[in-house]
Design a protein around this ligand. Structure first.
Ligand SMILES: CC(C)(COP(=O)(O)OP(=O)(O)OC[C@H]1O[C@@H](n2cnc3c(N)ncnc32)[C@H](O)[C@@H]1OP(=O)(O)O)[C@@H](O)C(=O)NCCC(=O)NCCS
Length: 253
């Protein structure tokens, strides 16, 4: 590892970084990486508790938690950093960027306790991966080279190289620069859309029935014919649905 290379990498990737001194003094991602290199060395010497303790001090100091057992490639940049968690068996390639709040976690294996100790249970990130703020990548999955994970996504499955992943659960929307047909429906939006359609049908039915009942009642008292109009109050159907329409439009369905 070259410290100079790590500093130059941050200077090249972050437009806010203006000098090497600024990077050395003000970049928690840089501090966390430097301390991790030491903690990881302790871990590989089987000095597990000193390694963990160093990593813990780093967490207090930087707000970034990198388990000393994690394997981190060259030119690794954590921007801002607060809230980043990187688990023990994570493997990170070269030229990877993480933003604040990212979790590279164990997924469901975390609940298995000591049974999963010693097993690979965290993700493997290829080279050139970018993970947006507050995204989560969970479990022993592979994120291919040059994948971009949108902020707020939760990725639970392997992702092929050169893809863009968005959403919860994460799905590939671009692969090799081309838009991928998004087969995964937005279940919440679909449910609201179905309810809206059924509600409109019910309103129409009630409106028709109301008109018929009124017409029948009027006929019984001899005021009008029994032929009932069927348009009723249909112009009011769907009133108050604007918020639903805005939601559905935002969901793209
Ligand atoms: C996801 C990302 C990697 C993709 O970058 P990109 O390839 O340059 O393309 P765009 O930003 O134009 O986004 C591509 C598509 O992903 C969608 N997208 C971007 N971010 C998204 C998110 N968080 N959730 C859902 N969709 C998202 C865009 O709407 C766009 O969709 P479209 O093509 O249908 O219009 C980029 O948005 C990114 O880096 N996000 C993280 C940034 C971040 O965390 N910044 C913190 C700075 S403090």
């Amino acid at each position: 590892m070259s410290i100079r290379e790590e500093i130059d990498n941050i200077l090249s990737k972050d437009p806010a970084a203006r000098s090497w001194l600024e990077v050395v003094l003000c970049y928690p991602g840089f501090h966390a990486l430097m301390i991790h290199r030491l903690a990881n060395q302790l871990w590989r010497w089987r000095l597990f508790t000193p390694g963990r303790f160093l990593s813990h001090l780093s967490r207090i100091f930087t707000g970034i938690e990198i388990h000393p057992g994690a394997t981190i490639g060259r030119r690794f940049f954590i921007d801002h950093g607060m809230g980043v968690v990187i688990g023990e068996t994570t493997i990170v390639g070269e030229d990877v960027v993480l933003y604040q709040g990212v979790t590279l976690g164990a997924g469901s294996a975390a609940r298995q306790g000591r049974e999963s100790r010693g097993h690979k249970r965290h993700p493997t990130l290829g080279n050139g991966v970018v993970v947006g703020s507050n995204a989560e990548i969970q479990g022993d999955i592979k994120i291919g080279d040059h994948v971009m994970v949108a902020s707020g996504s939760i990725v639970l499955k392997d992702v092929p190289p050169n893809s863009v992943v968005v959403g919860v659960p994460g799905r590939v929307i671009y692969h090799e620069g081309k838009r991928v047909k998004d087969d995964v429906p937005d279940l919440e939006a679909e449910a609201i859309k179905t309810l809206k359609v059924r509600l409109l049908k019910l309103e129409k039915l009630i409106s028709e029935l109301t008109v018929r009942v009124e017409a029948t009642t009027a006929a019984e008292v001899g005021r009008v014919s029994t032929e009932a109009p069927v348009d009723g109050n249909l112009e009011q159907s769907g009133a108050g649905m604007e918020a639903v329409d805005v939601f559905l439009h935002g969901a793209g369905i």
